[in-house]
Write a protein that binds this ligand. Sequence first.
Ligand SMILES: [Zn+2]
Length: 446
Amino acid sequence: MPSDWTAGDETAALLQQLIRFNTTNPPGDEKECAEFLVKLFTDAGIESRTYESRPGRAQVYARIKGSGDKRPVMLLAHMDVVGVERDRWSCDPFEGVIRDGYLYGRGAIDDKGMLAANAMAMILLNRAIQTERRTLSRDVVFVATADEEAGGEWGMGWMVKNHPELLDAEFALNEGGRTRVIAGGRRYLAIQSAEKISHGVRLSARGTAGHSAVPLPDNAIFALARATARLADHIEPVHLTPITRSFFAGLAAVWPDAGEASAMRDIASGDTGLVEKAATVLSRTPVFNAVLRAGISPTILEGGIRNNVIPASAGVVLNVRTIPGQPIDDVIARIKSAIADDKIEIEVTGSGEEAPASDADSEMFTALANAARSLDPEITVVPYQSNGVTDSARLRILGINAYGILPFPMEQADEERMHGHDERIPVASLHFGTRLIYETLVAITK
Ligand SMILES: [Zn+2]
């Protein structure tokens, strides 16, 4: 790494420019942002172009050619962002204000920070090729997509359907992991190597309709409420995968709370007796609870039309998230028995695609871990199965080992501003993240 490392400042300036394109989805309107990136690459001497999926929506594709000895590596990020409640922000969310060491703006964390770091890593690699006359063992591909926040139909989904040939890669780096600063200032890098699968499930109750002046015991809303209340008390069984075990084993080494650290070691042990007790301790933290078992969250209530009419039916929509390898039918069977009411209909309305886990022992995983340790010798690196879903599932189905990171060290409180108000990223973390991606690229293209 050159001692005069100024690329972090270049990344910050680039992130400010990217934030200024209002790519709130819907409608997205990513095309202008895409054209800006193509110009940036063209000026840097990197071959790139846009792919328009529909008017106003476009993807960016750039490639640095290698010798072809190995299959390509892909850097992926999305250009669209979620909406803002402007009056809840302390600054303009589309200005890219730098204040007190933080860069503020919608998308600073999700996902324009990584978009900027990926683009910068491409530019740095291209500069290094020219000054050092080195040859890469594989192509490096940069993809920036539209529409990720709304499901990706006009983004990665469109690319997979229309240009699968562009997505040929051995490895991909995407959003979806964490670089977390915990108590005492220690850090861990959680590399997302698998993700849960999201399902829509509807529970419907039926009863006798009528005038509300005459109360009826079989009111559909009573039945639905009883069923939903029983689900609130239902606990799904612990379902561990090799990734979850390594995650907790690694985390135990740096975890500041001794009781929780011991529970993490017990989870990793695989001893059934210890696992149950340890899971009870860790499940007090909602995000760990979600890692340990299938998740069931009621999200939408449906029913009733008038204050004076007893409706004939009522429903609740559940978002159910299963662990890779765990059949949704098993979860449905447990929901059915928890509800214990045969008159409640249960229907799976839609399921995300199940993707295999990425290899947590690959050349790419090692390159990432080594790059992180070169920047912070104290950092702990763990594989991670995320509760959230990303475009990486689509890539894993194509046979690509995709890894999710958030390469910017952050405390949980800052990370929670993602999709919230005053989203911000520490400028120093932007430097760290750009170097992490660049060093990983250097190692993986040797
Ligand atoms: Zn995102």
